[in-house]
Design a protein around this ligand. Structure first.
Ligand SMILES: [Fe+2]
Length: 129
C-alpha cells in the first residue's frame, strides 16, 4: 500500500469554470482525497501485518469501514486527476460523441439534463465513458 503524492496541476483561465472552483477542487478536495487515502492505507497496512481482523464483517467492521473508505478516496484521487488532465478547450462537445448522445437521449440537451440530475442524485461522481 504505497503512499501517494498530489500531482501538480497548473491551470490558467478555463472557460466556464471559475478560478475559485478549480482552486477549491485542486487544493482542498483533491488534496484531501490524497491525504485520506494515505491515512487509510496506513491503517490497512497495520491490519495486514498482524492487526486484529478477527471481527471482519460485511455489514460493519473496522476493516469494512476502511475498505469502503479506501474505495471512495481512491476514486476521488484518480477521477480528479483524470478530470484535471482533460480540462481546457472550448467546453463544447462535438463530433461522434454528440451524435451518439443525441441518438441515445433524443438530444444533447436531454443528455445534459439527465447527466446533471444523475450528478445531483449520486454519492460521488457521474462518469461518461
Ligand atoms: Fe472535485
Amino acid at each position: 500500500m504505497k503512499k501517494i503524492e498530489t500531482k501538480p496541476f497548473l491551470f490558467t483561465a478555463l472557460k466556464g469554470i471559475s478560478d475559485k472552483t478549480i482552486t477549491i477542487h485542486r487544493d482542498k478536495l483533491y488534496a484531501s482525497y490524497v491525504a485520506k487515502k494515505n491515512e487509510i492505507c496506513e491503517k490497512l497496512e497495520a491490519l495486514s501485518r498482524g492487526g486484529d481482523i478477527t471481527n471482519a464483517n460485511q455489514t460493519y467492521s473496522n476493516l469494512r469501514a476502511l475498505k469502503d473508505g479506501e474505495t471512495f478516496a481512491t476514486n476521488g484521487v484518480y477521477l480528479h486527476e483524470w478530470y484535471f488532465d482533460i480540462l481546457g478547450g472550448d467546453g463544447q462537445p462535438s463530433g461522434p460523441l454528440v451524435e451518439a448522445l443525441t441518438e441515445k437521449y433524443g438530444s444533447l440537451k436531454n443528455f445534459l439534463a439527465y447527466f446533471s440530475a444523475c450528478g445531483m442524485a449520486a454519492r460521488g461522481w457521474v462518469v461518461l465513458c
